[in-house]
Write a protein that binds this ligand. Structure first.
Ligand code: GLU
Length: 543
């Protein structure tokens, strides 16, 4: 039996040989520095903040180098898969507006992009290894593997299937043939050519060089179901798809020696690697990994419900990816994250700490740069999904809502209050009688002014057509008549001579119409609410 016949015997029914695939997938025609990278999620759950971060990094590097970002679904572990896993991943990515140039559901020349549809390809390359005496069948049962482990523990030896412990490695070919013919089940293992006493080096683009012992484990390449392990699929897929940069979680650093060896035995050039640390959170005094279970904000649905825009989240993540991004963003308000040049050597080796407050601030800056119309359109969309009552008000009062959103927008120092679409109602409910009338908050405190004085102001002095300056001068004059001064110094020197300052007078009006001590520009608020509402709210307060 030749080696080729032996490989055919062990993995029968494989349609093409590896050469067919080497000829089929042609190198990509891209610029020399173009980065080809991928998101390679397993369809085991919804996307979360960590996976968004990783795919955003990949997408940024691919875009800035005019490269390619593709989506490969790693569905080789059916036990852990969720229902509609691949579709739900695609939907999550679409919702987050992460663009793929090709991949599962996007098409492309390097597919299939669903690993379960690539069985033939993996087996073709496993056969190459068998032919070159670099792979062999293993018949060991779970019990036998357990025995090996116990023996190693007793001898204080390294745990694993390697060297003399790799017992199926030494089964003569004739015996293998007999056992296979007798129907015994087997998997395919790598016959590792490595030695634990040699070194291999990971040149990580973020972490620098990391030396590790060479792999000497006869790792599984093809499992009992005919599908590959992650390691083998990584080497085969990323080679045939011409991935130049593997940007993945740092949990894979320890397996790098396996990958290094697989690329070598398969005669593929090594790609570049960048291992990303997981995101952390502060938990009391300690720092721990972001957890889907403990941190509600790890799930993307949290942001959707809160109405925090995806672009604001991406801006925030960009500040975590490269710390000099934020300064750039502050100076380049009209640009998008894709205009910034990210670099691997500015990425931190330790995981970034996810800071909700910082995200809030970035989101406020983001909102402060949007036009009122843009916010309005998204607000309609958001409220139609999450807040029927407010949606009706927003839709029926378009002009008013835009005017509200326009208060202190634009200019050198725009107002930064809204961090999410849900904040709009939180900050401006009092602008709608429907919400004001049923609000049960108490009014903040102030030194009282008689109802008649306020009504006199509204009826005889206030004019909706006044400019802000005219309005303010009139308020001053009116308030002075009733013992309020616009001279702060004078007030400070002799507080007993006055009822308060003009600001105190305005505060009364502000609290009566908003219940709050602080609000955006009072002149604008009164103007939008109008005289009738002003009167109504004065009456209501004194009732
Ligand atoms: N399917 C792997 C995971 O979800 C992908 C790792 C990689 O990017 O290579 O962890």
């Amino acid at each position: 039996m030749t080696n080729k016949e032996y490989a055919d015997f062990l993995l029968p029914g494989v349609e093409h040989d590896y050469q067919y695939y080497l000829d089929k997938y042609k190198p990509r025609d891209l610029d020399k520095d173009a980065i080809v990278t991928r998101a390679a999620p397993s369809p085991t759950g919804k996307l979360h903040m960590g996976s968004l971060m990783q795919s955003l990094i990949s997408s940024l590097y691919a875009k800035q180098t005019k490269g390619v970002m593709f989506l490969r679904i790693e569905d080789t572990d059916h036990k852990r898969e969720i229902e509609n896993g691949p579709e739900s991943i695609v939907e999550d990515f679409k919702n987050l507006e992460i663009d793929f140039d090709e991949g599962y559901s996007f098409g492309g020349e390097y597919g299939p992009y669903l690993q379960s549809e690539r069985k033939d390809i993996y087996q073709a390359f496993a056969k190459k290894l068998i032919e070159n005496d670099l792979a062999y069948p293993c018949f060991c049962s779970a019990e036998e593997l357990d025995e090996i482990r116990k023996l190693q523990e007793a001898k204080k030896a390294r745990i694993g299937y390697y060297g003399k412990y790799a017992k199926c490695r030494y089964i003569p070919r004739e015996e293998v043939v007999k056992r296979v013919n007798a129907g015994e089940k087997y998997i395919i293992r790598l016959k590792s050519p490595g030695s634990f006493y040699n070194k291999c080096c990971l040149h990580d683009l973020i972490r620098g060089d990391i030396e590790m012992p060479e792999n000497d484990m006869d790792i599984v390449v093809i499992k009992a179901d005919g599908l590959p392990t992650y390691h083998f699929a990584h080497a085969v897929d990323d080679s045939l798809m011409f991935t130049t940069h593997i940007i993945r979680g740092d949990e894979w650093v320890a397996s790098y020696p396996i990958h290094d060896q697989l690329f070598k035995v398969l005669e593929f050039p090594l790609p570049n690697y960048a291992h990303i640390s997981p995101m952390n959170v502060k938990d009391g005094d300690s720092i721990r990994k972001l957890s889907k279970r403990k941190d509600p904000w790890a799930a993307m649905s949290y942001y959707d419900e809160a109405g925090i825009p995806k672009d604001a989240i991406k801006l925030y993540l960009a500040t975590l990816i490269n710390s000099n991004f934020e300064e750039w963003y502050n100076q380049n308000s009209d640009k998008s994250i894709y205009d910034f040049t990210f670099s691997f050597d500015k990425m931190s080796v330790t995981g970034p700490i996810f800071d909700v407050e910082k995200l809030d601030n970035i989101s406020k800056t983001y909102f402060s740069r949007l036009s009122a119309e843009t916010i309005y359109n998204h607000l309609v969309e958001y409220t139609s999904k999450y807040d029927d009552e407010f949606n009706k008000l927003v839709v029926n009062n378009k002009e008013k809502m835009i005017n509200i959103l326009n208060i202190e927008r634009g200019g050198e120092k725009p107002r930064k209050d809204i961090a999410s679409y849900s904040d709009v109602k939180k900050y401006f409910w009092y602008m709608f009688d429907e919400l004001f009338d049923k609000n049960t908050d108490s009014y903040e405190e102030f030194n009282p002014i008689g109802k008649e004085i306020l009504l006199e102001y509204v009826n005889n002095v206030y004019d909706i057509n006044d400019s802000e300056e005219e309005w303010f001068n009139k308020v001053k004059e009116f308030a002075e008549k009733y013992g309020y001064t616009s001279n702060r110094k004078e007030y400070k020197a002799n507080p007993d001579n006055f009822k308060g300052t003009t600001a105190d007078f305005c505060k009364v009006i502000r609290i009566i119409i908003t219940k709050k001590n602080m609000s955006p520009n009072l002149y604008e608020i009164i103007k939008i609410l109008g005289v009738e509402t002003l009167k109504k709210r004065i009456e209501l307060f004194y009732k």
